[in-house]
Design a protein around this ligand. Structure first.
Ligand SMILES: *Cc1c(COP(=O)(O)O)cnc(C)c1O
Length: 364
């Protein structure tokens, strides 16, 4: 029997979304970003679905890459946070994972190593994100040092990350791209040194950012990286939908309050539905009253606070819904992007946040 709360993963959408990446960046190699358990969709599931379709994968952490290797994933895998200690470097080497090199302390760890085995690296250039990476002023020196490291496989790849690519009006992206290109022109590079800039927003909105490799994450899952646009509007198909069911239906009277803190006041008699989904499943705690929920395919409103295991909805006075009826929290007819806006968050957090309690089922 299917548990009350479950997510359906429409894996057929993956190839469709990948085609959109190819349409936007026809000449680029694709590094599918499957960090954080593939944004909650299952890293192994996505790795297997994409194995013959992409050129490589990216994960955030060493253990995420190791897990993919142990499960038999053979494609190139880049670890976006690189390594912080010599043990992690050992894991990267033992598993044939690419390291992102972003800090002087990593260079010191390289210098202390003498083995024959080499590691492929992505030199991370901080062009303005101010998260990981070396500044423009240091890039020549770092590049020269990496050329000298016996452990570093040549040629060296170079990457940066865009801070504001989701806002087409923001001047930041133009500045980052200009700095990237101008600084790389000062390095002794050739066509064998591969470059990578674009995440999903870069791929979709900044064609100049699609260099040798693109790094799509959220768009592969059929979700928009832009705040006011849905994946469907971009021609993407969402993979994940989140479902549950009504577990109680009852009348409510004018003057009743609903849920913790009594935050919702009933202004006219209606029928209340209780749905088996809550923040312990990953439904956002900050979804406001009025957030749409589909009951038997019809939109109704969330009312009152989201609890750990349940939410309450206003079914309307004429409702014929009953316990056991189908509820969709996001999916067909209810974009996750819309729920994210209602919860003052981004859709990334919603899909990443779906918890272990939610059974994941692949659509037929
Ligand atoms: C997460 C991440 C990506 C993918 O970003 P999306 O917005 O999901 O496409 C690409 N590059 C880096 C460095 C990342 O951390």
């Amino acid at each position: 029997m299917i548990p009350a709360a479950y997510a359906v993963l429409n894996m057929a959408a993956v190839s469709h979304n990948l085609q959109k990446v190819r349409d936007c960046a026809p000449d680029a190699k694709i590094m599918a970003v499957i960090k954080a358990n593939a944004y909650g969709h299952g890293a192994l599931r996505l790795a297997h679905a994409l194995a013959n379709e992409v050129d490589g994968f990216a994960v955030a952490r060493v253990d995420e890459g190791v897990r993919l290797r142990r499960a038999g994933v053979q494609k190139r895998i880049a670890v976006l946070e690189g390594f912080t200690c010599t043990d992690e470097l050992d894991e990267l080497l033992a598993n044939g994972l690419d390291a992102v090199v972003h800090s002087w302390s990593q260079l010191a760890i390289f210098d202390a190593r003498t083995e024959q085995q080499k590691i492929a690296v992505w030199l991370k250039f901080d062009t303005g994100m101010n998260r990981l990476g070396f500044k423009a002023a240091d890039l020549q020196a770092v590049y020269a040092r990496l050329m000298q490291c016996s452990i570093v496989k040549q040629p060296i790849n170079i990457m940066t990350h865009l801070a504001s690519a989701d806002d087409k009006a923001d001047a930041m992206t133009g500045k980052q791209l200009a700095l990237f290109n101008a600084t790389l022109a000062t390095l002794p590079l050739d066509a064998n040194n591969e470059r990578s800039i674009a995440n999903s927003a870069g791929i979709l909105a900044w064609s100049q950012a699609s260099t040798d490799w693109v790094r799509p994450g959220i768009m592969l899952y059929g979700i928009s990286p832009f705040a006011q646009v849905t994946g469907a509007e971009l021609g993407l198909k969402p993979i994940m939908s989140l479902h549950s069911r009504l577990i109680a239906v009852k009348p409510i009277e004018k003057g009743d309050t609903v849920g913790y803190g009594g935050s919702w006041l009933c202004e006219q008699e209606s029928i209340l539905g209780v749905v088996a989904i809550g923040y312990a499943d990953g439904y956002p705690r900050y979804a406001k009253s009025g957030t749409p929920v589909l009951v038997n395919g019809q939109r109704v409103s969330l009312i009152g606070r989201v609890s750990m295991d349940m939410i309450t909805v206003d079914l309307g006075v004429a409702s014929t819904a009953k316990a056991g009826d189908a509820v969709t929290l996001w999916g067909e007819g209810l974009p996750v992007e819309e729920i994210a806006l209602c919860a003052d968050t981004i859709p990334y957090t919603l899909v990443c946040g779906v918890t272990q309690r939610v059974r994941q089922i692949e659509a037929e």
